[in-house]
Ligand binder design. Structure first.
Ligand SMILES: Nc1ncnc2c1ncn2[C@@H]1O[C@H](COP(=O)(O)OP(=O)(O)O)[C@@H](O)[C@H]1O
Ligand SMILES: [Mg+2]
Length: 628
C-alpha cells in the first residue's frame, strides 16, 4: 500500500457538503426546458400532494401558464428552493429538483402560491436570480384570496410567445394517466382533459410483483412504453432490454408490437432521475424484462391454444391484416385463396391472432409446423430498372398441428409441391432416398435422369425438385455426394448440380415438361436465379422471362443423355431458326420490292425478283421438317 495511506495522521478540520453556485445555475438544464416537461413536473407534484382536480390556464396575451391544484399545499417554502430536498413522504426516490425545471432560459418569472389549513397563505416570486442564491421574498396573503382548504398555484411567465400548438394535446400527454381530473382553460375556453393512452391495448395481463402489461398487435409511434406512477414515457432502456431477450426468444415477433408496462415498483426497477423519462439499466430491469417476456408469451400461447383447439391446419395470409380494416366483408379479400376452415376459424379469433406473423410465431411455439408450397405457375420473373433479375413469388403458406416429417429437404419440398404437405426435419427417421441408375452430366446443369427414385416410408417418386440443386448434405440425398466423388474424375461445381432429378428417359422428361410447362419452366428459372446464372442462358427478353427460351435450352441440354433425342431436337431447333430467319427475310423482301418499284433504284435492285423466287422455293423445302 502507498505510504500516503499508511502514515499516521492528525485531524485538522471538517468540511460540509454544499452545492456550488455553478451547479445551482445549471440545474434547470437537467431538464429539456420544454413546456411539456414543466407540466409533467407540476402534474407529478399535484399527484404526490393528493390533488383531486388540477386546472391549467393558458393566457396567450400575458404569456402565462398557470397550474393550480387542490392538494395538501406546500409544507415549507424553503423546500422549493433547496436542491435535492424533498417534503414528500412515501415517494420512491424523489429528486427534489422538479421546480427548478421551471427556471428555464425562456422563463421570465415563476410565481408560487400555496395555502394549507391552519396556516397563512403565502406567495413567492422566482427569477433567474434565485439560481445565483439571491433570496426569494415570501409574502403573506389574506385568507380571503383562496377558495379551497389547501392547494398550490404556480404561474409561469414566458419571455416570448408560447409555441405550443395544439396546447390541449400537450396537456393531455403531460397529465398522462394520473387519477385526478384536469380542466384546461385556453384563453377563456374551458375543456376537460381525460387521462391519456397513446394506444388502447388488445391484451391486458397482470403479472404479480411486476405490474400490468398491455399489448396490441399494431405498432404505434410509442410502441414500447413504460408507466411509472401514472406517468407514461417511451423508455429506451426498456426497449433495449427487450431486444436483448428477443434474440433468444423464438416467439420474438410478439415483442415487435406495441407493449406498455405499468410498473409495480416492487420489482425493484427505478426510473432515471431527475426527469423520469427512462428506466435505469440494471439487473432488476433485466430480470423484470425476462419475466415480462415469459409471462406475455405464455399468456398469448395459452389464448392461441384455446382458439385453435379444433383446428388442424390454417392458411397464413398477409392479407388478413389488411382485410381486418373492413369488417363485415373482409372475407371478400381472401376468399378465393383461403380454405373455409381457416376463414371460419379467423372469424372467432381475436384481431391479434389473425396476424399471420403472430399466428405462426405462437403456433410454432406450440409445436405446429409451417409448410410452404410455391406456386411457380404464378411467379413473375423480370428485370428491374437496375437490370437485376427479380422474382415476384407466389407462396401458399399453411401451418399444421402436425405433418409427416422426412429427413431429406428435397423430398419434403417435392412432396409439398405434389400436394402432399410434408415437413422437413433433419432428425426425422423416415425418408432415406434410393436412386437407381443415376445419370448426371456436367453439360446438363438443370436436369439429371435416373431409372427410379425410391423413398423409404413414402414409396416411388416421379421426380425430385430442389431450388438450390441438391447441393447440400441436408438433402439426405446421395446425388450431391456421388457427384462430388465423380467416377470419371469430374469435379463438378456446386452450381452444376441439377435442380430436377427425373425418373425416366430423356423423351419421357420432354413429355413431362410439355405437360407441366406452366410451372416447371418458372421453377427452373428460379433455380438458376438462386445460382446467379440466369444470364448464362439469355432467357430474358423484353425485360421478362421467355419460357420458350428456357424450354429450348433445357431440351437442348438433356440431349446429352440420348443421342437420337438430341438429333431430333437439333433438327427441330434448326428448322425453327430457319423459319424465323425466313420470316425475317420475307419482310425484308417486301421492303425491297417496294423500293424496286421506284425507277431510280431499279438498276440497283435488278436481282430482286429472282432472289425472291429462290427463297420461296427454299422455304417450301423446309416446311415439312418444321411440322415434324
Ligand atoms: N403541488 C404541490 N403541493 C404540495 N407540495 C408541493 C407541491 N409542489 C412542490 N411541493 C413541495 O415542494 C418540494 C419540492 O418540489 P420539487 O422541486 O418538485 O421536488 P420533488 O417533487 O422531487 O420533491 C416537494 O418535495 C414538496 O414538499
Ligand atoms: Mg416534484
Amino acid at each position: 500500500m502507498h505510504a500516503l495511506l499508511t502514515t499516521p495522521s492528525t485531524t485538522m478540520r471538517t468540511v460540509t457538503p454544499a452545492v456550488a453556485d455553478r451547479l445551482l445555475g445549471e440545474i434547470p438544464r437537467f431538464f429539456d426546458g420544454s413546456v411539456e416537461t414543466m407540466l409533467r413536473e407540476l402534474f407529478q407534484n399535484a399527484f404526490r400532494a393528493d390533488a383531486q382536480t388540477v386546472s391549467v390556464t393558458v393566457d396567450s396575451a400575458r404569456r402565462t401558464l398557470t397550474i393550480q391544484d387542490d392538494g395538501c399545499g406546500i409544507y415549507d417554502p424553503q423546500l422549493v428552493l433547496t436542491a435535492g430536498a424533498t417534503g414528500w413522504e412515501n415517494v420512491i426516490e424523489p429528486a427534489g429538483l422538479g421546480l427548478f425545471s421551471l427556471l428555464a432560459n425562456n422563463v421570465l418569472k415563476v410565481v408560487i402560491a400555496s395555502w394549507r389549513e391552519h396556516a397563512k397563505p403565502w406567495r413567492m416570486t422566482l427569477t433567474q436570480e434565485q439560481l445565483r442564491r439571491v433570496p426569494a421574498v415570501i409574502e403573506e396573503l389574506p385568507v380571503s384570496a383562496i377558495n379551497t382548504a389547501s392547494g398550490t398555484l404556480v404561474e409561469i411567465t414566458f419571455a416570448n410567445v408560447l409555441m405550443v400548438d395544439p396546447v390541449a394535446q400537450m396537456v393531455q400527454r403531460a397529465r398522462s394517466l394520473y387519477p385526478f381530473g384536469v380542466v384546461l382553460n385556453l384563453d377563456g375556453q374551458l375543456q376537460e382533459i381525460a387521462p391519456y393512452r397513446s394506444w388502447e391495448p388488445e391484451v391486458t395481463l397482470k403479472v404479480p410483483g411486476i405490474g400490468t402489461l398491455e399489448w396490441t398487435l399494431e405498432k404505434t409511434s410509442a410502441y414500447t412504453e413504460v408507466v411509472w406512477m401514472h406517468q407514461a414515457f417511451c423508455a429506451l432502456n426498456f426497449r433495449r432490454a427487450l431486444s436483448k431477450i428477443q434474440e433468444e426468444n423464438p416467439a420474438s415477433k410478439i415483442f415487435d408490437r406495441a407493449l406498455r408496462w405499468i410498473v409495480d415498483p416492487q420489482c425493484g426497477v427505478r426510473p432515471k432521475l431527475p426527469d423520469r423519462n427512462d428506466l435505469i439499466e440494471d439487473v432488476q430491469l433485466t430480470q423484470a424484462v425476462q419475466q415480462i417476456a415469459n409471462a406475455l408469451t405464455e399468456h398469448l400461447l395459452h389464448l392461441a391454444e384455446e382458439h385453435t383447439r379444433t383446428q388442424d391446419a390454417l392458411t397464413l395470409d398477409y392479407r388478413f391484416k389488411y382485410a381486418l380494416g373492413a369488417p363485415g366483408n373482409w372475407k371478400y379479400y381472401v376468399e378465393d385463396e383461403v380454405d373455409s376452415a381457416t376463414l371460419n376459424a379467423l372469424q372467432n379469433f381475436p384481431t391479434w391472432l389473425r396476424d399471420p406473423d403472430i399466428l405462426a410465431a405462437v403456433l410454432t411455439q406450440l409445436g405446429w409446423v409451417t409448410n410452404e408450397r410455391r406456386r411457380y405457375e404464378k411467379y413473375a420473373i423480370y428485370l428491374n430498372d437496375e437490370n437485376e433479375v427479380i422474382c415476384d413469388e407466389d407462396k401458399r403458406q399453411r401451418i399444421y398441428r402436425s405433418l409427416p416429417a422426412v429427413s431429406s429437404k428435397a423430398v419434403a419440398f417435392t412432396l409439398t409441391q405434389l400436394g402432399r404437405p410434408t415437413h422437413w426435419d433433419p432428425r426425422a427417421e423416415a425418408g432415406r432416398v434410393r436412386i437407381k441408375k443415376l445419370r448426371i452430366h456436367p453439360k446438363s446443369p438443370q436436369v439429371a435422369l435416373c431409372e427410379s427414385i425410391q423413398v423409404e416410408g413414402i414409396g416411388e417418386m416421379p421426380y425430385l425438385l430442389s431450388e438450390d440443386g441438391f447441393a447440400d448434405e441436408r438433402d439426405g440425398f446421395e446425388l450431391a455426394v456421388q457427384e462430388r466423388r465423380g467416377k470419371k474424375g469430374y469435379t463438378y461445381l456446386v452450381s452444376h448440380c441439377p435442380c430436377i432429378l427425373f425418373a425416366g428417359t430423356a423423351l419421357q422428361f420432354k413429355e413431362w415438361l410439355e405437360k407441366n410447362a406452366d410451372w416447371v419452366l418458372n421453377f427452373i428459372a428460379v433455380a438458376q436465379m438462386e445460382r446467379d446464372s440466369i444470364w448464362d442462358y439469355d432467357w430474358i427478353g423484353d425485360d421478362e422471362l421467355q419460357p420458350a427460351r428456357v424450354r429450348r435450352s433445357v431440351l437442348a441440354e438433356i440431349g446429352v443423355f440420348d443421342q437420337k433425342f438430341s438429333q431430333v431436337h437439333q433438327k427441330r431447333a434448326d428448322a425453327q431458326d430457319a423459319r424465323g430467319l425466313l420470316a425475317e427475310i420475307d419482310s425484308q423482301m417486301a421492303q425491297l420490292v417496294y423500293f424496286a418499284k421506284k425507277p431510280y433504284l431499279r438498276r440497283v435492285l435488278r436481282g430482286v425478283p429472282s432472289l425472291r423466287k429462290q427463297l420461296r422455293a427454299l422455304g417450301q423445302n423446309l416446311e415439312p421438317l418444321t411440322k415434324e
